[in-house]
Design a binder for this molecule. Structure first.
Ligand SMILES: [Zn+2]
Ligand SMILES: [Zn+2]
Length: 251
């Protein structure tokens, strides 16, 4: 499998960048993990939209799903050119009405379902798409959020947005690539519910899970994380990099 970083920003996209979006390709098929703001623009640098077969959404926050709207218009355009292509959207449990509510002003209940197969995954069952096994684990965030692992030969684990927790350690165990959010510039743990983590916390999880390669992502566009990166490298002994926009990594 090949992983390509389509977006590495959290909350809002950096200049010429995008929010959460990670393309997995295998034998010419594309599976997108998250489709946040700006992802569709970058997707087209790497894969024809007609080759995108599935989109898996980690949680219903705008920086993780909002570009499903322009993607729907791209499919509308293809249809007007005589090309029918209907990818599958896999949403978290309860996600289908939430997605539709994002376009409620259009008063079109078929807005997505006319151009996608819209499904909700069962996290306990996982998914098998083109021989890739996907597993899910609930992770601590402000809304229900699902970390996702993908295994076919190599193993990739994506943290979704989350605070540190053991479910992520278990899901990520032995991953070849662990793609982990590291939004926080400093540990703001004051006992109140948390939804994100620092790079040092991501490194501690990577170490516990004995992953080979930690890629941190989901950054504030206006922040310099070089100090956090240096501190995290003291915690995780393996390969540690900041996920680079438009770069591909083999899993
Ligand atoms: Zn986010
Ligand atoms: Zn979120």
């Amino acid at each position: 499998m090949k992983l390509t970083i389509l977006g590495n920003s959290g909350a809002y996209p950096c200049a010429d960048g995008a929010c959460s979006g990670y393309l997995l390709t295998d034998n010419g098929t594309g599976i997108l993990l998250d489709c946040g703001t700006g992802v569709v623009a970058n997707l087209q640098k790497h894969l024809s939209i007609q080759k995108l077969s599935h989109i898996i959404i980690s949680h219903i926050h705008a920086d993780h799903f909002l570009d499903l709207i322009p993607l729907r218009y791209a499919l509308f355009r293809l249809k007007s050119l005589g090309i029918i292509h209907r990818p599958v959207i896999h949403l978290p449990p309860g996600g289908a009405p939430q997605l539709l509510s994002a376009v409620s002003f259009l008063e079109n209940p078929d807005f997505f379902s006319e151009y996608f197969h819209v499904e909700e995954y069962n996290p306990a069952e996982g998914l098998n798409i083109s021989g890739i096994d996907f597993k899910f684990a609930p992770v601590p965030h402000y809304v229900p959020s699902w970390a996702i692992s993908a295994k076919k030969g190599g193993k990739l684990t994506f943290s979704s947005d989350c605070a540190p927790g053991d479910t992520l350690v278990d899901l990520a165990a032995g991953s070849d690539i662990f793609l982990c959010e590291a939004l926080l510039e400093k540990n703001d743990d004051d006992g109140s519910p948390r939804g994100h983590m620092t790079m040092e916390e991501a490194a501690a999880i990577a170490r516990k899970a004995a992953v080979k390669h930690l890629l941190v992502s989901h950054f504030w566009p206006d922040s310099d994380y070089s100090h956090q990166l240096a501190a995290a490298k003291k915690i995780f002994p393996g390969k540690l990099e900041m996920a680079e926009l438009n770069r591909s990594y083999s899993v």
